[in-house]
Design a protein around this ligand. Structure first.
Ligand SMILES: [Zn+2]
Length: 251
């Protein structure tokens, strides 16, 4: 049986996700308990695990209430255990994890936070605030080299990997992307789809790794058009990546 995934909008623009398999149900990054409880009731699922990609409050704010109500176990980055409320199981790349007998890949992707991880379950990558659809997270606890190494690790996932990120930022990210790569036809078509989805009040997740590699400027610092837009034809990859991040900070 394939896993089922339910998108749970939280706060103003966060996404938590319910991941259901057999008798198990995990929530990824519960910002707050209320919307997660409502989604569980609607689907008739019982929460068994809480997965955190990183420690920020808008990804862990529901941990303790949900744990108290359901007895769910909290799974998060072992290297950042001190900052994960209620953590029961610390994981890393070496340990991985298992969910209803399914192998779960854990990728350590520091830079947004030192302990950030991505969970990969059956071709679904829960990237938190490291890789966004058409964007990447801010560098709160790492430098451009660290984030580039983390994103490069994610880029080794198969192109059909579905990307479920922590926020609905696609439309504003895409507006920025078009300033750097206005000639990217795949990006332009994608933005038509994104604009239509948002006008209809729909989520723009999931994306796929293949689509991100073709359109996300943070994965494309070697694009000739982006380099030309930045006037950085000869700079090294990490320097270009850092400049893209800096420009997005001020966009
Ligand atoms: Zn964050």
């Amino acid at each position: 049986m394939p896993i089922e995934i339910e998108i749970v909008p939280c706060l103003s623009d966060n996404y938590a996700y319910l991941v259901q398999s057999g008798a198990f149900c995990a929530v990824v990054d519960p910002s707050e308990p209320g919307p997660v409880e409502a989604a569980l009731t609607k689907r008739g699922w019982s929460l068994t695990h809480i997965l955190n990609t990183h420690h920020h409050l808008d990804h862990t704010g529901g941990n303790l209430a949900l744990k108290e109500e359901t007895g769910a176990q909290v799974v998060g980055p072992g290297k950042d255990a001190a900052r994960i409320p209620g953590i029961d199981i610390g994981v890393d790349e070496a340990s991985g994890w298992a969910f209803d007998g399914r192998k779960v890949q854990v990728l350590e992707v520091p830079a947004h936070t030192r302990g950030a991880i991505t969970f990969v379950i059956d071709g679904n990558a829960f990237t938190g605030d490291t890789l966004f659809t058409l964007g990447c997270g801010r560098l709160f606890e790492g430098d451009p080299q660290t984030m580039w190494t983390s994103l490069s690790k994610l880029m080794t996932l198969p192109d059909d990997t579905r990307i479920w990120c922590g926020h609905e930022y696609t439309q504003s990210n895409g507006r920025f992307a078009l300033t750097l790569e206005p000639g990217n036809g795949v990006l332009k078509r994608r933005m038509d789809d994104v604009n239509a989805a948002r006008a209809a009040g729909k989520a723009t997740v999931p994306s796929t790794m293949g689509l991100e590699k073709a359109t996300n400027p943070f994965l494309r610092p070697d694009s000739g058009e982006i380099r030309k837009s930045l006037g950085m034809e000869k700079a090294d990859t990490v320097t270009v990546f850092g400049e893209i991040r800096e420009r997005k900070n001020n966009f």
